[in-house]
Design a protein around this ligand. Structure first.
Ligand SMILES: C[S@@+](CC[C@H](N)C(=O)[O-])C[C@H]1O[C@@H](n2cnc3c(N)ncnc32)[C@H](O)[C@@H]1O
Length: 227
């Protein structure tokens, strides 16, 4: 897989749909509320924002998950540094990100800052008054195992497992587990049995919990604390 950019269609000129994966980047109904429910609540955030905190994500897409996280971090007003590392194979063009993100006025100030600094693959970048953002370009099946850090919380946000199986396989979930701190967590909107099983094989304790909107269930996973 070489570095390519994302090919998009738009639903109502508003929600980007990947033509490659035939799937939307987030809920057609309310992407921001979905992010809060699945990835923030699903990882018990912002309650766990105490001191420095490392988030890792599969699939940066528009950056919406980053922006919603940043807004909650900002509101929480706790000391410490937020690091947000995302693994992305097909970075979006900045103008496509702008088109998508303008529909989320709640995070407009953070979006403006992200878009002003968006350079795919630039390496760790301190966003002004914000997180240190590192979007690692390439196929996550290679880039996650090679990552030299570990996360307190993972956002597992590939396209649906049926359409994007590359981001949900057992080997990648094992790499996610190996790059999770003791007591760390992972969350995803998917409740597919094989995803939960792969997370369990990776060492997580896995729970099926109420999903967002029309999705009945989602998945929350936690690594045991250190002995
Ligand atoms: C559902 S979208 C993520 C939405 C995103 N979190 C947001 O806030 O907009 C899934 C993302 O996974 C990326 N992706 C798909 N296959 C991948 C792979 N093998 N490695 C890394 N990223 C991949 C896609 O390019 C896409 O950006």
């Amino acid at each position: 897989m070489t570095n390519q950019t994302a090919d998009l269609d738009w639903r109502d000129g508003r929600v980007p749909i990947s033509t490659q994966f035939d799937d939307p980047y987030y809920s057609l109904d309310n992407g921001l509320a979905e992010t809060r429910h699945v990835f923030l609540d699903g990882n018990d955030l912002p309650a766990r924002f105490v001191g420095d905190f490392q988030i890792a994500e599969l699939g940066f897409g528009t950056g919406l998950n980053l922006l919603v996280t940043w807004a909650l971090w900002d509101q929480a007003g706790r000391p410490g540094r937020l690091k947000f590392t995302s693994f992305e194979a097909f970075p979006m063009e900045v103008e496509d990100m702008r088109t998508a993100l303008k529909h989320f006025p709640e995070v407009a100030e953070f979006a403006a800052c992200l878009l002003a600094h968006w350079v795919p693959g630039a390496g760790p970048t301190q966003l002004p008054d914000g997180p240190i953002l590192d979007v690692i370009i390439g196929d996550a099946r290679q880039t996650v195992p090679a990552w030299d850090n570990a996360a307190d919380a993972w956002f597992l946000d590939g396209f649906s497992p049926a359409k994007n199986p590359e981001l949900w396989g057992t080997d990648l979930m094992r790499a996610v587990g190996e790059h999770t701190r003791p007591g760390g967590t992972a969350a995803t909107y998917s409740a597919a049995g094989h995803v939960r099983q792969s997370l369990a094989l990776a060492g997580f304790t896995v729970n099926r919990t109420p999903g967002f909107g029309r999705k009945r269930h989602m998945t929350q996973a936690r690594m045991p604390n250190a002995e």
